[in-house]
Design a binder for this molecule. Structure first.
Ligand SMILES: [Zn+2]
Length: 329
């Protein structure tokens, strides 16, 4: 070997043996998360449909490589009717110890007083409160000792994720809390879940206020929280009976996928349709699929099935600096 060739070989061997250049998605393992949209009609009238959904998730955990389940709120139809919470509990408990999942209250999960919803979520917290989750290793925490606002963790294909779930029409103090949580976890990819955020043609700008609660619309959530935190890459919501998605650019210039899914207006209270988001790191793609274990079919038309870009490889981590040579005594 000539001297230049030897030098080149040495340089190359240095380059290829640096161990700290890691890519988050290096396992290339595809994985899924499941969105459970408004289950209010099931908890009220079709409890078997709700159970068929969670049974399907359980049974397909391995084949779909499901890593997490996000409920989008409106767990029940009438928050003051305990029987509906019992039904929801019976369906959701099938996931306990099987898969991590997050819950969030919708407008129907708050007790109506004086003609409109209040922030009274007593029964939501009786069945899906912090004590149900606190011992789970993946549970991060909550705001005001209730599970109306909470955060959880999961990891897939070497990527760290966090789901921050926020109350219906979140108050300013909730957004401040959520902002601190997002800031404290810069190494996590964050999905924000809240019941009302999008309508079928863009972010909600006022409808949520008609419920008489002081809080923020979808547009205000975007302005005050989502767009400001570069690690928030996705927002998921229900509430409006439609399937719609849009991609916006946050203040850091990164794309944020905003997803609405809710089938409550279809036959039999929604016919058990649920959303599967399949992440494929090798292609940097997320594929949205809609499936019903009741109908046993996929909904492939229109807005019910689509593809999103999501960068799952991250910039190389800088190699650690060599330790300074020890001082010669
Ligand atoms: Zn709703």
């Amino acid at each position: 070997m000539t001297r230049p060739a030897l030098l080149l070989a040495l340089m190359l061997s240095c380059v290829v043996t640096v161990p700290s250049i890691l890519f988050a998605g290096e396992t290339d393992e595809s994985f899924s998360i499941v969105l459970l949209p408004d289950t209010q009609n099931y908890s009220e009238k079709f409890p078997d449909t709700y159970t068929q959904q969670t049974v399907w998730i359980r049974q397909n955990k391995e084949t779909e490589n499901i890593k997490f389940v996000i409920h989008l709120g409106d767990v029940v139809q009438t928050a003051a009717v305990e029987e509906q919470w019992v039904n929801a509990h019976k369906s959701m408990r099938l996931l306990d110890g099987i898969l991590p999942y997050s819950m969030v209250p919708g407008n129907h999960d708050q007790v109506n007083e004086g003609g409109g919803p209040t922030r009274n979520t007593t029964l939501y917290n009786k069945y899906f409160g912090p004590d149900r989750f606190e011992l789970e290793s993946w549970y991060g925490g909550n705001f005001e000792d209730k599970n109306d606002n909470n955060y959880v963790f999961f990891e897939a294909a070497g990527i760290k994720f966090m789901v921050i779930s926020l109350e219906f029409c979140p108050r300013n103090e909730v957004l401040r809390w959520a902002g601190n949580v997002a800031k404290k976890h810069p190494d996590h990819q964050v999905i924000m879940a809240t019941h009302s955020y999008l309508r079928s043609d863009g972010r909600d700008t006022g409808n949520v206020k008609s419920y008489g609660l002081s809080g923020n619309t979808g547009e205000e959530l975007w302005e005050k929280f989502v767009s400001k935190h570069p690690n928030v890459f996705m927002v998921v919501c229900g509430h409006i009976g439609a399937s719609y998605n849009q991609t916006s650019t946050n203040e850091a210039g990164k794309p944020v996928h905003e997803i609405l899914v809710d089938y409550q207006n279809l036959e039999n209270g929604g016919d058990g349709w649920l959303r599967v988001l399949e992440f494929t790191p090798s292609e940097n793609k997320v594929r949205a699929k809609t499936y019903s274990p009741v109908v046993n079919d996929f909904k492939t038309e229109g807005a019910h099935q689509y593809e999103l870009d999501f960068e799952m490889t991250r910039a190389p981590v800088a190699p650690e600096k060599e330790a300074a040579a020890p001082a010669i005594p």
